[in-house]
Design a binder for this molecule. Sequence first.
Ligand code: PRP
Ligand code: ADE
Length: 178
Amino acid sequence: DASRIRSHIRSHIRTVQDWPQPGVAFRDITPLLSAPASLRLIVDALVARYRDQRVAHFAGLEARGFILAPLLAYELGAGFIPVRKQGKLPYRTLSQSYDLEYGQATLEVHVDACAPGERVVLIDDLIATGGTMLAARTLLERLGGEVLEGGAIIDLPALGGSARLRAAGLPLFTLCDF
Ligand code: PRP
Ligand code: ADE
């Protein structure tokens, strides 16, 4: 059930204090990914959420969204779209800048990554300020995609991202919070 899943996931996330810089409590998902039962638990929970949503593409947000989005796409017969950091994609791109908990960055997507009207779900490991998710939504919507929601493992509600997404009209689905 949902609360058992949440506490299992929480107990497999490692907190690294002061990384990558002082004051940040970094939530590390690698213990969750390396334990076979935990990996299956999180993928199954996200697959159940999106099974009947007729999702055309799961857009993974670099870097940790690249771990999850292709697993969901494969299982649900959808495609994978990489939303990458600036300068990584080879073909023509759209760009969108955004602020981070610790810095500033630009995301890019290929101009032909999705067709107008296609149903897209955005996938990342974690929501902090929400800036990454909102920049990705802007990119996919500029391509004409219908962005259904953002999905992630972890929400950090104290950093305000989930409230910011709600205010911006982007639904969010997460498996646990800290
Ligand atoms: C982290 C995380 C999310 C984003 C969340 O990635 O994986 O993508 O920050 O923060 P936000 O909600 O404030 O936008 P990061 O930008 O550190 O890049 P990385 O995945 O390359 O480490
Ligand atoms: N991205 C932004 N803030 C983060 C945090 N506290 N832990 C892991 N990834 C993050």
